[in-house]
Each structure stands twice: as structure tokens, then as C-alpha cells.
Design a protein around this ligand. Structure first.
Ligand SMILES: CC(C)(COP(=O)(O)OP(=O)(O)OC[C@H]1O[C@@H](n2cnc3c(N)ncnc32)[C@H](O)[C@@H]1OP(=O)(O)O)[C@@H](O)C(=O)NCCC(=O)NCCS
Length: 168
């Protein structure tokens, strides 16, 4: 398999391919740290592409030469699930790599693009709510864990995550 891929900005037109990517990635790669029962409850909510992110201009896709989307991720000034903005703070959002393409630096390359664009927008610090399985990935990118927290998805559904931070 070729390891060639390029990074481009996503748009609303990518809604279906991003949903397909999240559906391929999350169930396989998250099962190391979450039970099957828990995943069957939360994944229908978590694997929907977010239109706000897709149209933000700061959400990126990794694409092969034949235009298959194999990775995604981005950042926003807005805190997840709110319109709250804190000067200088950016939020890392919805990183996913296709399970057949992990450990080929796709996530790292998307992150580097995020960091470059965020610095140009005067962002000084990134925060993320990492899934338990992705903590090692974010640590490798220079993030430090702040603490474990429960994130409320809807009503009574929640997911344990790691609040992480990196100054850029
Ligand atoms: C987390 C995720 C995006 C990483 O994507 P990836 O493209 O495989 O990451 P990279 O190849 O760029 O990895 C860069 C470095 O991060 C570290 N890393 C990546 N995955 C890791 C893992 N599962 N455990 C520990 N370290 C990991 C490694 O140091 C790696 O470098 P190396 O391969 O040279 O050792 C991917 O595993 C994924 O999609 N997981 C499921 C979805 C998810 O949990 N997303 C996070 C939501 S907050």
C-alpha cells in the first residue's frame, strides 16, 4: 500500500466521507479502552461528521492520490459544544485515522497543519479532550495530560476522556 497522502481543508461536501471515516475508525480503534456495550451506546452519536467543523476552514482531511479520505482532524477557537472563545486558546477536534492507515504519521501531519494555521491566528495554547486510547498519540505530539474527566454527550450518555494541553 502506498503511504502517499496529502492534506486539504474539508468542506460541507465532505460530510458523507467523514462520517464513513469516523464509522470505520472509532469502533476499531477505541475498543482497546472502552467496552463494546459502551461503544454501542455512544458511537451512533460520536460518528456523525460535524457540519460546523466541516465549514470552519480549520478542519483537514488526509487523502490518497485516488482521493480516498483516510484521516481527519482540526481545531477551532470555539470550545467544543459551545460558542465560547477564550483569547489565545484553540481546541483540537475530531481526529481520526482509518484503521488500515494508522502509525503512518497521518494524525501527526494533520496536527502539524493545525499548529501552523493556529499560530498564524495568534493561538498560543491548544487543549483537547482525548479519548483514553488516543492519549499516547497526543503525548507524542507534546501534549500533557491535565486530568481525566467525563464528557456528557447527550442526556445521560457520557464518555471518559483525558483533558490535555500543549503550548504552541
Ligand atoms: C489517535 C489517532 C488519530 C492517531 O492516528 P495515527 O495516524 O495512527 O497517528 P500517527 O501515525 O501520526 O502517530 C504519531 C505518533 O503518535 C503516537 N501514537 C499514535 N497512536 C498511538 C497509540 N495508539 N498508542 C500510543 N502512541 C500512539 C506514536 O508515537 C506515533 O509515532 P510512531 O508511529 O512513529 O511511534 C488514531 O489512532 C485514531 O483514529 N484513533 C481512534 C479515534 C480517536 O480516538 N481519536 C481521538 C479523538 S480525541
Amino acid at each position: 500500500m502506498s503511504t502517499d497522502f496529502s492534506i486539504r481543508v474539508a468542506s460541507l461536501e465532505d460530510k458523507e466521507v467523514v462520517t464513513q471515516l469516523l464509522k470505520a475508525s472509532y469502533p476499531v480503534l477505541m475498543k482497546s479502552r472502552y467496552s463494546e456495550e459502551h461503544l454501542s451506546n455512544i458511537l451512533p452519536i460520536m460518528t456523525k461528521a460535524n457540519p460546523f467543523l466541516l465549514s470552519s476552514g480549520t478542519f483537514y482531511l488526509a487523502e490518497t492520490k485516488d482521493k480516498s479520505v483516510i484521516g481527519c482532524g482540526g481545531w477551532t477557537k470555539e470550545k467544543p459544544g459551545s460558542s465560547e472563545i477564550e483569547t489565545g486558546l484553540g481546541h483540537i477536534r475530531h481526529f481520526a485515522t482509518h484503521p488500515q492507515w494508522t502509525r503512518k504519521s497521518i494524525g501527526r501531519k494533520i496536527y502539524q497543519r493545525c499548529e501552523k494555521e493556529a499560530k498564524m491566528a495568534q493561538i498560543k495554547c491548544f487543549e483537547c479532550f482525548s479519548s483514553l486510547n488516543a492519549e499516547g498519540f497526543y503525548r507524542a505530539l507534546g501534549f500533557k495530560s491535565v486530568k481525566n474527566i467525563d464528557i456528557i454527550l447527550v442526556n445521560h450518555l457520557k464518555i471518559e476522556a483525558v483533558w490535555m494541553r500543549r503550548y504552541i
